[in-house]
Design a protein around this ligand. Structure first.
Ligand code: C2E
Ligand code: MG
Ligand code: MG
Length: 585
């Protein structure tokens, strides 16, 4: 028997010469050898005074005390944290004295160096022949499980990139903070933060760069908030900030201004400095909502309002924002109904060749006839369709309807008329758009040069390489591509040179102002000259009077469109139009 084994045995059984007792002793010895050899099961034995009489190797590993250090020490002096001391003494006493056993449970006991060790602890009481009770504790470490659980909790509650709490945790936290606010009659502000033009950054500089920037933005904002505030990443480029304490609306403004300043301070990435702006929407508990859904929804609606106001705007929720939201939802519902009930129609507006006076092409403009007599303006419903995502279905419908019309005009006086449809930037995101357009043309047995596409300059400039590549493919195939509302966006001539476009459509605002303002006239002249030098044809929109017609002709525009020549009209009015208007005045 080794020294260690004899030490164990000396605690457990008196020495004997009786063969039966000896056999029992041998089996006990084997049992204790087994316990001793279990690496993960810490076993400790205590006498009735709770002094250590047995301490296996696994206990040393778990609690840090060697067998020698532990020997004879009191349980409560070794591994019981202070706050449990009295309870443990009482529980042991109750077991020894009254037979009330201590249930097995998950608890945290104290390591020699003071840290707490999570264990699953079960206990047995063994009555010795002498009548004394010895308690054996069998502790299994839960440290690995706890670490795994902690890692899982972190994964489920924190955002990997920014290390901020994620949306799930934010919602749980908001719910619990609201319960407190209700109890203590406190206020709370929810701030929805959305970075401006982040998609553009991601698309032009790449997702890796976007990620780096998001991380830097999160750190910069976190540095500005107070300990009691909670900054979370809601998703993408959206953050939500919970402010449990604030000094009125002014206090919130001050704090958000600090965030704006921090973002405007710029971020050094790859040797360059990038400034970021954001839009902030705020809702307050209790006036703007009493639960998570209401407060989040209203802060989000306020954020959209802030986006419309421009960069770095802060908007507090008001009921008229809600009215807009209701209107937005109403328009979305109307569009869905219109798609389902065949209430969408295309009207066509001629584009006149200023040299010959004949119609060269026409623009297809969407009309939505709901149950009211007057159609709803596309200027109203297109932005809603873009926000809601319905634009893709609507865009497909427009393409199909225009092709159907072109097919119907084949063999008539309108056979050589090109139809230009308007394309939303959201449609350009679809990587199969070019193929889809070319296939649809093919399905209707049309040539690509019978179709034109109009896109605003911001939509084209905001496009990434894939998107520009699609336009390139379409242009190569013969589809006519125009930049719509030119002059209202970036108007970057450098970009213009690189873009696959055929013509510019100068926004009608320029023409209106050019009549009264020499400066606008000069800009228009410059746009026409540049357009021509880049080999593009130039179209002017919004010609309403003879003077305007004369002016654009004198300025050298190629084509004109406007109420003077024709208002947008249903397809069935077009043959009559072309018969009566085919020569210049
Ligand atoms: P846009 O593409 O610039 O279309 C020209 C707009 O100017 C049309 O308004 C047209 O009716 C109007 N217009 C034409 N001549 C004159 C004029 O002499 N004076 C005045 N004051 N206005 C004139 P509409 O039809 O209300 O369309 C507004 C905008 O809605 C369009 O502007 C276009 O951006 C968008 N849109 C229309 N149809 C579609 C479509 O099928 N898809 C997409 N994505 N957008 C569309
Ligand atoms: Mg247009
Ligand atoms: Mg336009």
């Amino acid at each position: 028997m080794t020294e260690k084994q004899s030490l164990i045995m000396s605690h457990l059984s008196p020495k004997t010469t009786n063969p039966l007792q000896f056999a029992v002793m041998r089996s006990e010895q084997k049992f204790y050898e087994l316990i001793e050899s279990l690496p993960m099961v810490a076993v400790q034995g205590y006498n009735k005074k709770r002094q250590v009489i047995y301490w296996n190797e696994a206990s040393r590993r778990l609690y840090g005390y060697t067998r020698e250090e532990a020997q004879g020490k009191l349980l409560e002096d070794l591994i019981i944290p202070d706050f449990m001391r009295q309870d443990v003494i009482r529980a042991h006493f109750n077991w020894v004295d009254k037979g009330i056993s201590i249930p097995a449970e998950e608890i945290e006991l104290q390591h020699k160096d003071g840290h707490l060790v999570p264990v699953y602890s079960s206990h047995v009481m063994i009555k010795q022949e002498s009548g004394d009770c010895e308690m054996f504790c069998i502790d299994i470490s839960l440290q690995e499980q706890k670490k795994a659980r902690e890692a899982l909790r972190k994964m489920a509650s924190f955002d990997d990139l920014t290390q901020l709490p994620n949306r799930r945790m934010m919602e749980a936290e908001l719910a619990s903070r609201l319960a407190e606010c209700r109890r203590f009659k406190r206020e709370l502000a929810v701030v929805f933060i959305d970075l401006d033009n982040f998609k553009l950054i991601n698309d032009t500089l790449g997702h890796h760069f976007g990620d780096q920037l998001l991380k830097a933005v999160a750190e910069a904002m976190r540095a500005e908030i107070r300990d009691c505030d909670l900054l979370t990443r809601f998703g993408g480029d959206e953050f939500v900030l919970l402010l449990p304490e604030f000094d009125g609306v002014e206090g919130i403004h001050e704090l958000l201004q600090r965030l704006i300043n921090a973002l405007e301070g710029g971020f050094e990435l790859d040797g360059d400095c990038y400034q970021v702006t954001a839009s902030f929407g705020v809702s307050l508990f209790p006036e703007d909502g009493t639960n998570v859904t209401e407060l989040m929804g209203n802060a989000d609606a306020a954020m959209y309002q802030a986006k419309e106001k421009g960069k770095n705007s802060v908007c507090f929720y008001t009921s008229d924002i809600n009215d807009r939201l209701v209107a937005y939802q109403g328009i979305t519902a109307m569009l869905r109904r219109a798609i389902a009930n065949d209430q969408l129609h295309l009207h066509y507006q001629p584009q006149i060749d200023l040299m010959s006076g004949t119609m060269q092409s026409c623009e297809a403009l969407l009309r939505c006839f709901n149950d009211q007599a007057e159609p709803v303006s596309p200027a109203v419903f297109i932005p809603v369709a873009e926000k809601s995502g319905l634009i893709n279905r609507i865009g497909d419908w427009v393409l199909e309807a225009a092709c159907k019309q072109l097919k119907a005009w084949q063999g008539t006086s309108l056979a050589n008329t090109r139809v230009d449809i308007n394309l939303s930037g959201r449609q350009l995101i679809n990587p199969h758009l070019a193929d889809h357009i070319l296939k649809t043309l093919d399905d209707y047995d049309l040539k690509p040069n019978q179709l034109g596409l109009e896109l605003t300059e911001n939509e084209v400039i905001g496009g990434d390489e894939v998107q520009i590549g699609q336009l390139e493919k379409l242009k190569q195939s013969g589809v006519h591509i125009s930049i719509d509302d030119f002059g209202t966006g970036y108007s970057s001539l450098v970009y213009l040179r690189r873009l696959p476009v055929c013509s510019l459509k100068i926004d009608r605002g320029f023409l209106h102002h050019a009549m009264e303002n020499d400066g606008d006239m000069a800009i228009m002249q410059a746009m026409i000259t540049v357009g021509h030098q880049l080999g593009l044809s130039v179209v002017v929109e919004g010609v309403e009077t003879d003077e305007q017609h004369q002016l654009v002709k004198n300025l050298g525009c190629d084509l004109a469109q406007g109420f003077l020549y024709a208002r947008p009209m249903p397809a069935n009015k077009m043959p009559a139009y072309i018969q009566t208007h085919c020569t210049d005045s």
